[in-house]
Write a new protein. Structure first.
Length: 397
């Protein structure tokens, strides 16, 4: 495996001058993005295509107008980068990987600006951005890899008002782990976040439920404020955002620790290819499923497995892992969600529903490795056969 590009994110505390400069930069980045998107959309209606070079020329022309002369007050690097981001958005649209790009909103869109090497100076652990006289006051919660030099720096402010800087570096410390024979099937759930084929059950922390009363109180206070841009409403909105940020931070931290452990201990990890986007349409379970963050769990597992030379196998979502006896292979009838233990009518084995599902997923994952059934996520690449369907088709004459 070649070099791993890795982003290191840190919190920082800007001075009033730096905060004002960054806020201006965020506004200019949003303005340029929207102007370029409008220009490309108008060209699209005329059946013409506008590329990055043409929008870059438009940016130069905009800076010379009296109306948009304020664009000269901020660094040009983030403005050029937002045009590149728009180019990527259109490339994804034309490749049918994403929807048509949308305009950025002052209130709802993420506040961020990206700087390339010409837009910052990083020396002796001090980062200074273009148009700034002083380095940023960064809280170095962990060191950068030895000898690492940032290739891009992204500054952002979240809805809770916190400032972050993310540095993209080559991380030479990420190397494949020693190979092992260990393999594990993982069944996700709500009562328990994960159930492993070894029989271990990992509790669901339910981070959102723990702060639900505080969140409801803050949201109620926000709802009572008069609509508009008043200071009281802004303070109430930020209080709600801080509670959401606290929930998200704890959830992310727990998932990182859990996925790192699974990747370090196992060579092969077998999961179920769930369509979380469809599952959250169930109004009774949407809140609990969103709090469990199954999609983020899978994403973390996949990229960490790629880093460390492990394998993640996703079994077809229609594979009846819960209803299949892991001992004799007998398929049971309907099994409602409230049935947590059941006894196989054929062999008499009593199963814990979740442990049985995890063991069946592990067996299906091993079949995938043996027979080469397609395991790519159907939500990204439709048409792949599951291990179950592949095995059935091979027995046919």
């Amino acid at each position: 495996m070649g070099r791993v590009k890795r982003a290191f994110k840190y919190r920082f505390y800007p001075t009033d001058v730096q905060a004002a400069e960054l806020s201006r930069t965020f506004g200019c980045v949003r303005k340029v993005y929207n102007l370029a998107l409008a220009a490309r959309t108008q060209a699209w209606t005329r059946q013409e295509r506008v590329n990055y070079n043409q929008t870059s020329a438009l940016l130069t022309a905009w800076k010379k107008t009296e109306e948009l002369a304020f664009l000269n007050d901020v660094s040009s690097v983030p403005l050029q980068q937002t045009l590149r981001h728009l180019q990527s958005a259109f490339a994804n649209f034309f490749s049918k990987r994403a929807k048509y790009p949308r305009f950025k909103s002052r209130k709802k869109s993420r506040k961020s600006a990206e700087y390339t090497t010409s837009g910052f100076r990083f020396r002796d652990g001090r980062l200074t951005l273009a148009k700034m006289a002083e380095p940023l006051d960064i809280v170095w919660s962990r060191p950068l890899p030895t000898g690492a030099k940032p290739s891009t720096v992204t500054v952002s402010q979240d809805s809770a008002g916190r400032w972050f800087v993310s540095m993209l570096c080559d991380d030479l410390t990420v190397k494949p782990l020693s190979a092992t024979d260990a393999a594990v099937g993982v069944d996700v759930g709500l009562n328990h976040l994960l159930t492993l084929s070894t029989g271990e059950k990992i509790a669901n922390p339910r981070h959102e439920r723990r702060d639900r009363a505080r969140l409801a109180k803050a949201q109620h206070a926000l709802a009572r404020k008069a609509k508009g841009d008043g200071a009281n409403r802004r303070k109430a909105r930020q209080k709600v955002a801080k509670i959401h940020a606290r929930i998200a931070d704890r959830r992310r931290d727990g998932l990182h620790k859990l996925t790192t452990r699974l990747v370090r201990e196992n060579q092969t990890i077998v999961i179920e290819d769930l369509t979380v986007r469809n599952m959250v349409r169930n109004r009774s379970l949407a809140r609990a499923i969103s709090d469990a963050a199954w999609a983020e769990l899978r994403s973390l597992l996949e990229y960490k497995a790629q880093w460390y030379g492990r394998e993640v196998i996703a079994v077809d979502r229609f594979f009846p892992s819960s209803k299949l006896c892991s001992v004799c292979g007998t398929l049971q009838g309907k099994m409602p969600l409230n049935v947590r233990t059941w006894t196989c009518a054929a062999c008499g084995t009593t199963h814990d529903r979740d442990v049985n599902a995890a063991r069946n997923l592990l067996a299906a994952g091993r079949a995938v490795s043996a027979c080469g059934a397609g395991v790519r996520p159907q939500r990204r690449t439709p048409g792949g056969q599951s291990a179950m369907k592949q095995e059935v088709s091979r027995r046919e004459p």
